[in-house]
Design a protein around this ligand. Structure first.
Ligand SMILES: C[S@@+](CC[C@H](N)C(=O)[O-])C[C@H]1O[C@@H](n2cnc3c(N)ncnc32)[C@H](O)[C@@H]1O
Length: 238
């Protein structure tokens, strides 16, 4: 199924799915902590304008919009946007496929797009990045994640033991895609490197004190290459 179609009716169940899945809830918590640190460091004075592309139910919009004067969210799923509007009443949400129609807003200072690129098909990834480049101001920042890294220990071990094998967005492929579309990676934060066996994926382990120490492993240089999720700061260079 085309990725554009797969989320159209998911507004009611998406948030519950992410909170109920222990590893998704874990990645969300760490992603939020990273964003709370990096956004004020990228925009120490003020964040004038912000767009969340493929915002879904505003999981990320709701975290970033309080830090900005003008925020926008865009998504192709009406049911996801309904939930988003409840969470962020002061954000302007637009129901549109920006790869097909133009989004009539001035270029913004920051764009986020989470849980989109890892899932999307190659053609959609490229079309979206080309459009996002136009929607971002010169030197503006794009913050994305890749929660489906085929180089991660978790997926390599999973594949050996017969798990899913369709993941294709490796760190190198993502870097090339970003470069081709006018973005340069400034920094990558790995997440959950230590969670490489399914037996580690339960709420008790993931919420333990030990997990907080093991998570420090993800911060070691280069370790993001084998992490199952990563937050990436990219800057527009052309
Ligand atoms: C997995 S959800 C991620 C939602 C949110 N960014 C998050 O991190 O929770 C992916 C979202 O991408 C949206 N989407 C897929 N194709 C899109 C497109 N061409 N333009 C805008 N949104 C799109 C879907 O409707 C869905 O809400």
């Amino acid at each position: 199924m085309d990725y554009r179609e797969s989320h159209k009716q998911r507004g009611c169940s998406y948030d519950k799915y992410l909170t109920d899945e222990p590893f998704d809830a874990y990645m969300t918590e760490i992603e939020h902590n990273i964003l709370r640190k990096i956004i004020p460091s990228l925009f120490p004075n003020t964040l004038p304008t912000y767009l969340d592309f493929a915002c879904g139910t505003a999981r990320i919009t709701s975290l970033v919009s309080p830090l900005t004067k003008h925020s926008f969210g865009v998504d192709i799923s009406e049911s996801m946007l309904e939930k988003a509007k409840e969470k962020c009443p002061s954000t302007t949400f637009v129901h549109k496929d920006i790869t097909k129609e133009s989004l009539d807003i001035e270029p913004v200072d920051l764009i986020t797009s989470f849980r989109f690129f890892g899932n999307a098909q190659d053609s959609l990834r490229s079309e979206a990045l080309a459009k996002l480049n136009k929607l971002l101001k010169k030197d503006g920042y794009l913050l994305i994640n890749n929660h489906r890294n085929p180089w991660s220990l978790k997926y390599i071990l999973g594949r050996i033991t017969g798990g899913e094998s369709e993941l294709d967005l490796s760190p190198r492929k993502l870097q090339n895609l970003l470069n081709k579309n006018g973005f340069r990676i400034k920094k990558t934060y790995g997440i959950g490197t230590w969670v490489f066996r399914n037996s580690l994926i339960n709420s008790r382990r993931l919420n333990s004190k030990l997990a907080r120490y093991l998570e420090l492993l993800s911060k070691l240089p280069g370790v993001h290459l084998i992490s199952p999720d990563a937050v990436i700061i990219a800057q527009k260079y052309k």
